[in-house]
Design a protein around this ligand. Structure first.
Ligand SMILES: Nc1ncnc2c1ncn2[C@@H]1O[C@H](COP(=O)(O)OS(=O)(=O)O)[C@@H](OP(=O)(O)O)[C@H]1O
Length: 374
């Protein structure tokens, strides 16, 4: 009797250990399955929190973008144009072949492979300027089937450089052969160390600078700071050292960022002029399709984004996308883009215009383009 009780306990113990082994196997299998499908990639969460803190863009939009980035774009969003569809069919058609081939090895020799595409360093970066229209440009570019971009601002070459290049590459969306990886961080343009660091990654990187009248840009910059800090002193008290002398305070970042010639000089120490494209922030609003034509040519892309992608939204007062990436509904940029500016006394604006004139002319000379700001 006693022994049969022992046997029952023994059998129960064995069954229990088998069940626990089975459950452990299921757990391990599930983990590996998720890793294989790319869900275990290390995601630098601090950056996402950082992005949300920026407040420069719609946070909800950004979460959507981050989720979108984790999914390689193999198929077009619904309702794409016929020509875009044709390109996507090509991309998907080539996919089966590529999956049979050895995984891609990026130029620096470290392979980063997975089932659907490869995380690559950006071949093109929108480096500036803050409040120039950089978000609009990136969102317009993302409509292109051959462009994949990181949605938030990674700030790698200014704030997070010590995290290392692999951290940076891991942020990027996966791309298929022929697709371009991009990101935008407008503060790179005014960061002294950024050009050398970008060149360390790849000296062939294409650099896009969206420039806007530095006076309007400064007011836009001020408007953004004011929205976060309503107790901010007046624009004129920050822009001018002394209202009677009218001396401009170049230590104020809203003023300093507008010295485009000075910042470009720093970049030209590391990159030839041919690596730059200067986009007019003003024309990006008045003629988005025209400016996008230049951008696509510079990036070596087929001119897919055209006037049929835009409509002018009367309420917003800006061009908006008829079908943004990943959506079939029209969408304008968020509330923080294209907001009304406070009224600034005309003599203060005139003083700033006079101050910027020689710097603007120098910039026109360096870039070979007259932006007509005065
Ligand atoms: N299509 C469209 N919709 C809305 N806004 C547009 C558009 N195109 C350009 N802009 C201008 O972009 C300005 C903001 O520039 P950035 O995106 O570079 O700002 S940021 O540096 O990322 O904060 C923003 O500046 P403000 O007008 O001062 O808000 C806009 O003038």
């Amino acid at each position: 009797m006693g022994c049969s009780g022992c046997r029952v306990r023994l059998n129960f113990g064995k069954a229990l250990s088998r069940v626990s082994v089975f459950l452990t196997m299921v757990l391990i299998f599930t983990y590996f399955f998720y890793c294989l499908t790319g869900f275990c990639d290390s995601v630098p969460r601090t950056l996402y929190s950082q992005g949300a803190l920026e407040g420069d863009y719609d946070t909800l939009d950004d979460r959507r973008r981050i989720l979108e980035e984790r999914r390689p774009r193999l198929f077009p969003p619904r309702n794409r144009s016929a020509s875009a569809d044709a390109q996507q069919v090509d991309a998907a058609g080539g996919l089966a072949q590529r999956m049979l081939e050895p995984e891609g090895t990026p130029s620096n020799g470290i392979p980063v492979s997975n089932t659907f595409g490869t995380k690559r360093f950006p071949q093109a970066i929108i480096i500036g300027v803050k409040k120039g229209g950089t978000r609009a440009l990136l969102e317009f570019l993302r409509v292109h089937p051959d462009v994949r971009a990181f949605g938030a601002e990674p700030h790698f070459f200014d704030r997070f450089y010590d995290k290392g290049l692999e951290w940076y590459r891991n942020l990027m969306p996966r791309t298929l052969d022929g697709q371009i990886t991009m990101e935008k961080t407008p503060s790179y343009f005014v960061t002294k160390e950024a050009p050398g660091r970008v060149c360390t990654m790849n000296c062939q990187t294409k650099l896009i600078v969206v420039v806007r009248d530095p006076v309007t840009r400064a007011v836009s910059d001020y408007t953004q700071t004011l929205s976060k800090n309503p107790g901010l002193p007046s624009f004129q008290s920050l822009a001018l050292k002394n209202s009677s002398t009218g001396l401009v305070d170049t230590t104020w970042s809203a003023v300093r960022i507008g010295l485009y010639a000075k910042h470009l000089e720093n970049w030209l120490q590391h990159f030839p002029l041919s690596h730059f494209l200067f986009v007019s922030g003003e024309r990006l609003v008045s003629d988005p399709a025209g400016e996008m034509g230049r951008v696509q040519d510079f990036l070596g892309l087929k001119r897919v984004v055209s006037d049929k992608h835009f409509y002018f939204n009367q309420t917003k007062g800006f061009p908006c996308l008829k079908k943004p990436e990943g959506s079939s509904r029209p969408r304008c940029l968020g509330k923080s883009k294209g907001r009304p500016h406070p009224q600034i006394p005309s003599e203060v604006l005139q003083r700033l215009r006079d101050f910027y004139r020689p710097f603007n002319h120098r910039f026109y000379q360096m870039s070979g383009q007259d932006f007509g700001w005065d």
